[in-house]
Ligand binder design. Sequence first.
Ligand SMILES: Cc1cc2nc3c(=O)[nH]c(=O)nc-3n(C[C@H](O)[C@H](O)[C@H](O)COP(=O)(O)OP(=O)(O)OC[C@H]3O[C@@H](n4cnc5c(N)ncnc54)[C@H](O)[C@@H]3O)c2cc1C
Length: 288
Amino acid sequence: MELLAPRTWADALAAKAEHPEALPIAGGTDVMVEINFDRRRPEALLDLTRVDELRDWAREDGLLRVGAGVSYTRIIEELHDDLPGLAVAARTVGSPQIRNRGTVGGNLGSASPAGDAHPPLLAGDAVVEVESVRGRRLIPIDEFFTGVKRNALEPDELISAFLVRPAPGPEEFAKVGTRNAMVIAVVSFAIAFDPERRQVRTGIGSAAPTPRRATDAERWLEVELSAAGLWEAPRPLGDHVVAHFSELVSSAASPIDDVRGRAAYRHHALGVLARRTLAWAWDDYCRS
Ligand SMILES: Cc1cc2nc3c(=O)[nH]c(=O)nc-3n(C[C@H](O)[C@H](O)[C@H](O)COP(=O)(O)OP(=O)(O)OC[C@H]3O[C@@H](n4cnc5c(N)ncnc54)[C@H](O)[C@@H]3O)c2cc1C
């Protein structure tokens, strides 16, 4: 297996253009598992760990630009105030060792329906920045996941960063697994409020071929909140509001039966997560 080890972003893009078959490796927490279990035998690996540019994050024009190589540990330690939903999700990933090595860029690269970074990125309306020697593209997160473990990258492209607004309001994430740590989500859910724009956004994980939003639930809740004047004068939500939101979120999923859970259980658990995260996030808003 050939190892390409660029030291700059420009060299990494040139290497990917010359060797589109080369498999990028960042933290290696997905790639090395696949190689060790002989599920994948790439002709070449493109090691991105020496590329400093990928490890930067910065504020640009009101947005956060977070390099693809920023680890979960750094998201938790450095970005928990700006990206609380993503930070909660990051805390649930693997173990300290996996969080130290694993990156959000790698999660996007794998594009697993169960990737824990995906629901908060969907709820946060993130944009994925990808680049090749041909130029840079900004892909809205809603268009990034194209199928089971497939994403919108062209063979010569690499993920450079994701762009997202610092949370304009409360955000929450919750996940159900078979135990509390080192577990792939059976189902997960994220919610984000944007009080200024009167918007609600969501993200569902592990309950459809790709991570996806529950758009009907979002629109319905926005109308309910506006009609009752709750954005301006927040007070606890009625039980019927929470229950109907939970039903709409559950019906937005199209899960399968697999070793981690049955489809019917996933529908049920997703409804429970929707109810809980809505209650937590709305409680935050009422107290803010
Ligand atoms: C024990 C264990 C527990 C885990 N627990 C969780 C969990 O709880 N939740 C969860 O979501 N995941 C979990 N994972 C999976 C994994 O840790 C995550 O998906 C992580 O985000 C992968 O990041 P990485 O940097 O290690 O990616 P890598 O393994 O280096 O790469 C993953 C994929 O992304 C591609 N890639 C990486 N960087 C780029 C780039 N810049 N441009 C283009 N493509 C790129 C690679 O080619 C590869 O296809 C776990 C893995 C292990 C081994």
